[in-house]
Design a protein around this ligand. Structure first.
Ligand SMILES: Cc1ncc(COP(=O)(O)O)c(C=O)c1O
Length: 501
């Protein structure tokens, strides 16, 4: 009797509203707007952005316009797919799922578990990894948090002791952590960058690090020098990977040093992971113990990070000690990884590299100096010092023209704050369908920007030069708006209010 009463359908206004909603098959419409029954305090939940918050909508519209009418040459950026943006903007953002699949601190995670398991499977597939040997954590919010989580866990005393028996000589309990390719030579701040006066990131505050260098004559990684330094410094971990290194890595040489000195080897392939997945660059997985990446650069996914770890390091790296995963982002990563595993992505990666080479060759053809003289990957590092220009000046002029680049330190620069170069990348323009012939046009714009910067430096602020920038901007708009922009119907795009050019 009690059981019968418990299973009898309830007759509340909420449920009757719900059943009519289901039977009328109009759930999408009902979900999309408030009804007469919706209390005032919930009405904002149904209003579209343009109606509820025109100010934010206008900012999004202006940014869309900027991306459409400009040339995106920042090497760490790309254009993610319509599908990834759809997943990223989905209802999955509502769900808490701290923990790992089938071991959560919250209920209701059956579909989230399914998603995370799928995303892990796709991550291993995209990089051609054997699931018996490699694991992956897909929860990091970004490349920096992925790296920090990994460093923290890998360097924990418990983990070290456990791992020491397998990999490391007794010196494994030393405090020194990592070798770092510090920023002025192309590394990333999160690898432990510090100046004489200041430790710049958590990794340099909590761990001791030492940068290795480029060989001055070639500007390539000095692997022999690194091996010699390792003999003295006895690092526990060697980190490779960079933000501004236009050449591929010799992971075998690094592994040899790591093994000789009893260190772990970690690759941060944040920049190049798409090119690694497409097998157009060497694979760090053949040699490294752990590999981290962002998902939004050459991999062309949403903003997030991944941690790959050899299964025998699982206890150290399969990190549970983090906040709630961003499940909407994990869905978008899964979607991006599905694309990265397709043959068409390989074609994309090849084109990114062909475009970067064309960009490098065209600039060299104009007589400019590039670090290492060219590129193997998606980026070009342009040394402006022979021209007497700073990276900031050229970045500023390019900004006015609608060409987005960033100032960057080049080998031998004393300061990362006033660097003597700029960094360029071809991932995003290749995602807008540009091929080699189009990249030559882009290189020509850059050539004109640099010549203009030289003139501006000599005759600062003359009206004529300002007019010249305006003319160049008009030319860039004409060229850039010929290309599509993923996720945007550019045929109906109108210049939003608040853009003054
Ligand atoms: C090599 C490298 N590692 C890590 C990061 C940090 O990634 P995120 O900005 O997602 O934290 C970057 C960012 O540019 C990077 O270039």
């Amino acid at each position: 009797m009690l059981l019968r009463s418990l299973i009898r359908p309830l007759r509340t206004s909420t449920l009757s509203a719900r059943s009519s909603f289901v039977s009328s098959h109009s759930h999408l419409r009902l979900r999309a707007m408030a009804t007469a029954n919706t209390p005032d305090f919930n009405k904002p939940l149904y209003a579209p952005l343009a109606e509820l918050d025109p100010e934010v909508k206008n900012i999004i519209d202006k940014e869309t316009w900027r991306q459409f009418t400009g040339l995106e040459l920042i090497a760490s950026e790309n254009l993610t797919s319509t599908a990834a943006m759809e997943a990223n903007g989905s209802i999955l953002t509502n769900k808490y799922s701290e923990g790992l699949p089938n071991a959560r601190y919250y209920g209701g995670n059956e579909y989230i578990d399914e998603l995370e398991v799928l995303c892990r499977k796709r991550a291993l597939q995209a990089f051609n990894l054997d699931p018996a040997k490699w694991g992956v954590n897909v929860q990091p919010y970004s490349g920096s948090t992925a790296k920090w989580d990994l460093l923290r866990d890998l360097m924990q005393a418990g983990a070290n002791q456990r791992l020491a028996s397998r990999h490391l000589p007794p010196s494994s309990n030393r405090k020194t952590v990592s070798w770092v390719l510090a920023s002025p030579t192309g590394g990333h701040l999160t690898h432990g960058y510090y100046t004489a006066k200041k430790k710049m990131t958590a990794s340099s505050i909590y761990f001791q690090s030492l940068p290795y260098a480029l060989a001055p004559e070639t500007q390539l990684i000095d692997y022999a020098g690194l091996a010699a330094q390792a003999k003295i410094f006895k690092p526990k971990l060697i980190i490779c990977g960079a933000s501004a290194y236009p050449r591929d890595w010799d992971y075998a040489a690094l592994k040899k040093t790591a093994e000789t000195e009893g260190a772990w080897l970690m690759a941060d392939i944040a920049h190049t992971s798409g090119l690694v997945a497409a097998q157009t660059l060497n694979s760090p997985f053949d040699y490294c113990d752990v590999v981290t990446t962002t998902t939004h650069k050459t991999l062309r996914g949403p903003r997030a990070g991944l941690i790959f770890f050899r299964k025998d390091l699982k206890d150290a790296a399969d990190l549970e000690k983090r906040g709630g995963p961003h499940n909407n982002t994990i869905a978008a990563i899964a979607t991006a990884l599905l694309q990265a595993a397709q043959p068409s992505f390989r074609e994309y990666a090849k084109q990114v590299i062909a475009n970067a080479r064309t960009l490098a060759d065209t600039l060299v053809g104009h007589g400019y100096k590039l670090q290492t003289g060219g590129t193997d990957n998606h980026l070009v590092l342009w040394d402006l010092r022979p021209l007497g220009l700073t990276g900031s000046k050229v970045e500023k002029v390019c900004d006015l023209m609608g060409i987005t680049i960033n100032k960057n330190a080049v080998s031998g620069d004393a300061s990362a704050q006033v660097p003597g170069g700029i960094r360029l990348g071809t991932s995003a323009i290749t995602s807008r369908n540009m091929l080699e012939a189009d990249v030559k046009v882009v290189a020509d714009f850059l050539h004109r920007a640099v010549q203009l910067s030289l003139l501006l430096q000599k005759e600062a602020g003359t009206k004529m030069l300002k007019d010249f920038v305006r003319e160049l901007r008009a030319e860039v708009i004409e060229f850039a708006t010929k290309w599509p922009l993923p996720g945007v119907d550019v045929s109906t795009l109108k210049k939003p209010a608040g853009i003054h050019e």
